[in-house]
Design a protein around this ligand. Structure first.
Ligand code: GLY
Ligand code: MN
Length: 474
């Protein structure tokens, strides 16, 4: 008898309640597909990750499954779980599929509400229905064969309302993801060694996730080229004087994500200018985290971080003028060209597959300017939301080569000072934590056990352990 373990983030009755709540908003049946892995060649697949909306409603992590959520329900449940038709040969290579009884029990269903694909066809026959489908060819073909229309705001909005506010099971899952992420960052920093490749640190980071049965919540960024915002190559050699930017997080087995960025000096000591810039980013991070309270508009949190960065850049004599005026003119975007953070949950950029309808409240749109257009979130914060806060300062050659971006600020930028840092390949500094907005006692920084002070980060890099590990015969 095969032992099956299906990792679920919440107890069955919670999923049942979520499906009932969704059904109460639907006017047509909705099919939510789990998707399948992509096949690289016939017996070699990429890792499978079920689609987040399917997971949220209690979908066990199996390929080719789907939810049918019906406004008129099924028995006392609104959901029917469609599991794939088993191919008898699969048992040879992959083991027996989980039995329907188990699928039903973890998803909070009656056994009769677990069915095969044919029953989905029968249940939908002649009815107009919609679907939420990941970008997965087999699920898309299945949806097309059923004549399903893509879901739209009518279906997305109630789901977004539910997923925006994390319940205690989701928060517990995110705390677990944070715990593993914090250890992974510490191990990574302890293995930041001059003359070694970035790949060594990336491997150390990932090994902690693997050992804790977590996946990366996105491809970890481990780079001495921090000015490339999403650099996922690990092919540079770390040298004394470099800053190493590590941006990564765990996804715990139930699918919930964490996201943390730290920057450490490869030599174990920041140079004075590195430390100076680091302290500006840290002030912006702390100011922004403190504003993660109910009622605060997230765009204002971004703008606050921008002002703190302008203040720091004026003190550092990289910008000239009044900090608030500089921020109002968006001068910070030359140095801080992205948004201050995003929603996080089952996806590291939570619900971005729905488009800005998730990150932006009704009637709000992205501001069009450089920097502002990359802000992923503009909602009024509410207790139970989970967001990241991740300001940064970067010296990006591709920004400073663009007249359209730079010329409007010729009067207020100390260009020789900027050019000197570009020549020195300063890179970039970003500091990021995952934050839970609460009603009581201020924001809960889920990742607070990872040191963020410059001296504390540098001392982790200098930790003796790495020398003991690396020079056992020394
Ligand atoms: N931490 C990477 C990102 O948010 O895109
Ligand atoms: Mn992030």
């Amino acid at each position: 008898m095969t032992e099956h373990i299906l990792d679920m983030a919440a107890p069955p009755d919670v999923y049942r309640q979520r499906r009932a709540r969704l059904a109460s908003h639907l006017v047509r049946p909705l099919v939510i597909f789990a998707g399948r892995t992509r096949t690289r060649n016939p017996a070699n697949d990429y890792p499978f990750r079920a689609a987040s909306t399917y997971l949220y409603f209690g979908g066990p992590p199996i390929q080719g499954a789907a939810w049918l959520i019906q406004p008129d329900g099924h028995g006392d449940d609104a959901g029917i779980l469609i599991r794939p038709q088993a191919d008898p040969d699969d048992a040879l290579w992959m083991g027996e599929p989980p039995p329907d009884e188990l699928l039903a029990s973890v998803a909070g269903l009656d056994r009769s509400a677990v069915a095969g694909p044919d029953q989905l066809h029968q249940a939908l026959a002649g009815r107009s229905a919609t679907s939420i489908c990941p970008p997965c060819p087999s699920a898309m073909q299945w949806a097309a064969s059923l004549g399903l229309e893509p879901a739209g705001p009518e279906e997305f909005l109630p789901i977004i309302d539910m997923r925006l506010i994390k319940d205690r099971h989701e928060l517990e899952a995110m705390r677990r993801a944070a715990e593993v992420s914090v250890i992974a960052h510490q191990v990574a920093m302890m293995n930041t060694v001059p003359h070694e490749p970035e790949a060594l640190v990336a491997a150390c980071f990932r090994s902690v996730l693997d050992a804790n049965q977590c996946a990366p919540s996105f491809s970890p960024i481990v780079t001495v080229r921090g000015a490339i915002l999403h650099c996922t190559a690990y092919n540079n050699i770390m040298k004394p004087g470099h800053l190493l930017l590590i941006d990564g997080g765990a996804e715990e087995p139930g699918g919930y994500a964490c996201d943390i960025t730290r920057v450490c000096p490869v030599s174990g000591e920041f140079t004075p200018i590195q430390k100076h810039i680091y302290q500006i980013v840290l002030r912006a991070e702390r100011a922004a985290v403190a504003e993660c309270v109910p009622g605060r508009r997230y765009r204002d949190v971004h703008d606050l971080a921008a002002r703190v960065i302008c203040e720091g850049l004026v003190q550092a004599e990289l910008l000239r003028g009044d900090a608030q005026e500089l921020a109002d003119r968006r001068a910070h975007a030359l140095f801080f060209p992205h948004g201050v953070g995003h929603l996080i949950g089952l996806d590291v950029h939570d619900m971005e597959d729905y488009g800005d309808i998730a990150g932006y409240s009704d009637g709000r749109r992205r501001r069009p300017g450089f920097g502002d257009k990359f802000l992923r979130l503009d909602r009024d914060l509410k207790a139970g939301m989970t967001v990241t806060i991740e300001p940064g300062i970067y010296f990006v050659p591709a920004v400073w080569q663009r007249d359209d971006l730079v010329k409007p600020f010729a009067d207020c930028v100390n260009r020789p000072a900027v050019d000197a840092l570009l020549r020195d390949n300063f890179g970039g500094i970003r500091l990021e934590d995952t934050v839970h907005v609460t009603n009581t006692g201020g924001p809960e920084v889920l990742t607070k056990t990872l040191p963020i002070e410059a001296d504390a980060v540098a001392s982790i890099v200098r930790a003796q352990d790495k020398w003991e590990i690396r020079e056992p015969h020394g």
